[in-house]
Design a protein around this ligand. Structure first.
Ligand code: SF4
Length: 303
């Protein structure tokens, strides 16, 4: 049912000038959980990724996440009895080769087999930890890698990809997201759950009912974070997203994309251009002021 609703919502399009239209309504802008998270952690990072669209070097950790996600997605194509750790491990190398075929530049991540080998082992270990958390032979997901989007009353489009949606025979809905890293400390749990609440909000808007359970599976240390969302949570997330969008629009109008130095800067690919680290951002692209607030010019905000 979810897919049907999603397809209906996607039945919008673009005007000849490129403006996004959903159900005959002009979209004012769009947000995915990742981009909303970028802006919340550092407006300058949002600018670099969304406006300047600066390239970022893939890391072995990020590519491991992509490969493991792909195996976990494809695992459910197998007959249930075949969804074993050995079969999953056998799917790793083909998944890596398929990714390489899509993006040959990834080959540069590893100098030789001596570097590639341990990385593949780390992928296998990550997959093995998945099997300590649940038995995929007993599951039949309703959806995998499901694209969802919904338009808020403010005409802000929310969109993203849900790793997995489980629907029980009773109709209860569980939203599942895999993380190849370790679970966050309690201090960062709220941030991790924000992404899940974002998806819950979109699904609530699409299906008319709040999902029963949000489940984050941390394959880095075999932990699961579960949360039962309530309507008031999701209304609060909606208000927060509206506020984030207003702040983005304001930054676009003023050109004031402030850096916000935190511990997360260690993972930022753009330190060399960041004033917090002695760098100078490139000139704002000419389209920038309109780009963020105007869907005609806005770059696609992928999840
Ligand atoms: S280095 Fe830190 S402050 Fe600078 S852009 Fe990246 S995340 Fe923002």
């Amino acid at each position: 049912m979810a897919q049907v609703v999603v397809e209906q919502v996607r039945a919008g399009g673009r005007r000849p000038d490129g403006a996004r239209v959903v159900d005959g309504v002009d979209v004012v802008g769009s947000l995915s959980p990742s981009r909303a998270g970028d802006f919340m952690s550092c407006p300058l990072l949002y600018r670099f990724r969304t406006i300047d669209r600066l390239p970022e070097e893939p890391s072995p950790e990020a590519v491991r996440g992509t490969v493991v996600h792909k195996v976990l997605e494809d695992l459910f194509d197998l007959p249930a009895p075949d969804r074993t750790p050995d079969r999953a491990a056998a799917m790793l190398e083909p998944a890596w080769q398929a990714l390489l075929a899509e993006d040959p530049s990834l080959e540069a991540l590893f100098a030789d087999d001596a570097e590639l080998g341990p990385w593949l082992v780390s992928c296998r270990e990550t997959l093995e930890r998945y099997f300590t958390l649940e038995d995929p032979r007993r599951l039949e997901p309703a959806e995998r890698e499901m694209y969802v989007e919904t338009l808020l009353d403010s005409k802000l489009l929310l969109r993203g990809f849900v790793d997995r949606l489980d629907v029980a025979p009773t109709g209860q809905v569980r939203v599942v997201d895999y993380k190849s890293g370790k679970s966050p400390s309690p201090f960062f749990e709220a941030k991790a759950l924000f992404q899940m609440k974002f998806y819950a909000l979109v699904l609530w808007r699409l299906r008319g009912t709040v999902p029963d359970l949000l489940q984050l599976m941390y394959l880095g240390n075999s932990e699961v974070l579960r949360y039962v969302p309530e309507e008031r949570d999701l209304r609060a997330v909606e208000r927060k997203l509206e506020a984030i969008w207003k702040a983005i629009t304001r930054a676009a109008e003023t050109g004031d994309w402030r850096p916000n130095r935190t511990a997360l800067c260690g993972w930022c690919s753009h330190q060399a251009l960041c004033p917090e680290f002695g760098g100078t951002p490139p000139p704002l692209p000419v389209v920038t002021r309109e780009a963020v607030a105007d869907p005609v010019l806005a770059p696609e905000d992928t999840a």
